[in-house]
Design a protein around this ligand. Sequence first.
Ligand SMILES: *Cc1c(COP(=O)(O)O)cnc(C)c1O
Length: 475
Amino acid sequence: MRYLSTRGHADRKRFCEILLEGLAPDGGLYLPESYPQVDAAQLERWRGVWREQGYAALAFEVLSLYIDDIPAADLKALCAKTYTAEVFGTPEIVPLKALEDGLWLEALSNGPTLAFKDMAMQLLGNLFEYELARRGEQLNILGATSGDTGSAAEYAMRGKQGVRVFMTSPHGRMSPFQQAQMFSLMDENIHNIAIEGVFDDCQDIVKAVSNDLEFKRRYKIGTVNSINWARLLAQVVYYFAGYFEATASNAEQVCFTVPSGNFGNVCAGHVARMMGLPIARLVVATNENDVLDEFFRSGVYRVRGAADTHETSSPSMDISKASNFERFVFDLLGRDAARTQALFGEALAREGRFDLSADPAFGQAAARYGFVSGKSTHADRLATIRDTFARFGVMIDTHTADGVKVAREQCLPGVPMIVLETALPIKFAATIVQALGREPDRPAKFEGIEALPRRVQLMPADAEAVKAFIARHCG
Ligand SMILES: *Cc1c(COP(=O)(O)O)cnc(C)c1O
């Protein structure tokens, strides 16, 4: 298996070469040269693997189609070490919960940080440790977070050999629970940096440090952002698992609804569907930041300015552009790299938008690729959280509520609809209190974390100060 860039760069790379990289050299995103096809016999065998050997074994089956530069026995061991009941809370790893007839929640949020990003990040931590040891290299991960990504990265990399994490976050702006989750980590290789500023200041610092190529090379600076192919690949597995759980035979179809921001999660669904998984619809659910809903309704993709990007009660979906969307557009355009380059490398840079409404390809987004979309507002989230709790006794978080609201609008009669549960309610307690008038339940392992000692360095919004801090801690 070789990987190419969506913008047409001539290089073809193997999995472990792109594992530690972000963008391709031409600014494109990596994709496999072709999607491995899972035929009826193989899908039947995988159903058996999932039923008899469980999620980790299924993960190995899926990953081994895309990774041929890690020996099979090692890859199998990495999957087995990652997807355990201890780390993910249940032997099923991603159990389904029933709501009304035909509507299911797939629980992806029982990992260490209670959000679905653990599903991919925990594997990434083990893959990084493995590959760095094999190369005899070190990596310093520098990131910016407003919550979920940073904590998932820290919990994945804590205690790992060869890796340090330097995570910037806007001082005082994460939820108290998120702050406690991150700052209570005492592992020596994890460094929390609270920046006196907003999230954009943190991102600017990461950019400034990464643009200092000499510093970047000398201190082996890397990232774990959502465009990383290995993260996306790890997410493909739970579409297969959810399908097997919701159906009795491979003759059936299902739909998935995915609370979306950067289009990483639902892009994994697209990959599963391209491999042959019988998915009738992939429903993209957004909040008020409806960049993606606008595209699937109108064919216009328009990046939002700061003033146009709303702070909502489903904050992990508050995006101004969807950084993985280029992968789908590349496929939609028949893998035309020159056109992808013209749209993402030129039109977006120049005008902040492009318009595919008149293009026959846009007409195929639903018919050929199964994509439809919808959006939800704060009032919808409150109503959906209330209704779901009242009727089923199930408490859902604000992001999952965006999904459930849109799923109910996009169901197909007789086809199971699976909504991906992307976080647990405890992470967004203030909105739950507003909706239900009570605090969300807290998993036992998080009792009292706000009172634990904290390890965090407060710093001005200054890239030079952050560089000096990194240099000091890379002995
Ligand atoms: C990151 C995140 C999302 C959005 O996922 P994308 O892959 O960016 O589309 C949705 N919900 C929660 C809770 C998240 O943390």
